[in-house]
Design a protein around this ligand. Sequence first.
Ligand code: HAM
Length: 436
Amino acid sequence: MIKAIRGMRDILPPDTARWQWVESVAREVFDLYGYREIRLPLLERTELFARSIGTETDIVAKEMYTFPDRKGDSLTLRPEATASVLRAVLENRLDKGAGIKKLYTLGPMFRYERPQKGRFRQFYQINCEAYGGEAPELDVEVILLLLTILKRLLVGEMRLLINSLGCPDCQKKFKAALGLFLINREGLCEDCLRRRTTNPLRVLDCKSANCQSILQGAPVMRDYLCNDCAAHFARVQELLDRFNVTYEMQPKLVRGLDYYTRTAFEVVAVGLGAQDAVAGGGRYNGLSQELGGPELPAIGFAIGEDRLLEVLPQDLGQDHQPRVFVAALGEAARERAFVLVQDLRWKNLPAEMDFEGRSLKAQMTLADRLGATYAVILGDKELAAGVAQVRPMRNVARQPDGSAQGLEVEGGRLQIEQEQVPLEGLPDYLLQKFRV
Ligand code: HAM
């Protein structure tokens, strides 16, 4: 048997209903904030990611799915969406004209990481990017948008972590100070021994506990912000306070990608374990120019959908659609049932039937397994009389409003009411039943 690739998984029904629900809530909120969808290729030139994310990052150095195509060009399966969104914006001149350009995209990303709980090699992101605005109001609006999505999804306890990474000038001074601090430290991992000279900021993001302990007492970015960057960050905090957003200053937060400038943030979910970052983002004002484009301030975030789904209650977003199962006995009844099922669907009522000529008992079992709310029973006798029996199924109790229409408990026993309904008016009768 051929199995799926390690770290890549199938997302199966009924779980897919939860994914669809998450995505529909995200789309609704994006719409509210004026974002429009962009759909992008999964493959890009390797150079795009190397230049954007940075060659010293774990993502580029160790985690990309990179391969030559048949012509020998180096291609990479996207490890994130930001670089691709910006590439598309520049290529299609979407940055032209006044106002903030707001884009979102959903889809799979690929990173060759060690798979574990909450970490996959193919994972899904809900990605948001805004171009053309430098104001701290935009930073706060983007954070509020992220928190609105998470709140609407009823994500439980979360923590918002923020930092400022300053502009290239601040970063230059800070990197020099950090490099000096690290120069004679012993016990750094092999990567950090190299990074302390090539890009000391990356040492702050190292996952090794040893390297983290060496960083105790290291200089912090906050002390190296220029006046403009400090004022920008102060205003972001002031506005977050105005909206009563609780946040934690995280002076060592540098994120795993090199393109960030000024505001950077992460949302971690309480109780997720080691891989607890549900979303991350920040400003990347210099990336457009890095990619050969014009000056184009930018900010965005990505939600990790796989992790997000782990913190959502299991029953949220599940398929609660009312369903009808038409159980038919005999050829003529089956023929009529087939027409009835299509008719119900055209009237927007999900309906199913059996084509294999199963017994009534087997059909009722199937109806139960499909989660039908009502079974319509149609035999030759009913057909001759122009009626059908409508039987509420036990799982009527699973209706979203909690009502157990049609189920009555008499003397402790479940009594199922069955009704005889004229075939003619059956679709309307069922629609009426489902009207809340
Ligand atoms: P990131 O922090 O690398 O940022 O990824 C964002 C989120 O994707 C993480 O917080 C996590 O929830 C999820 N994620 C990352 N790797 C994995 C994995 N292997 N398995 C499961 N989930 C994962 C970015 O990708 C930036 N492009 C975000 C951004 C957008 N910044 C500005 N605009």
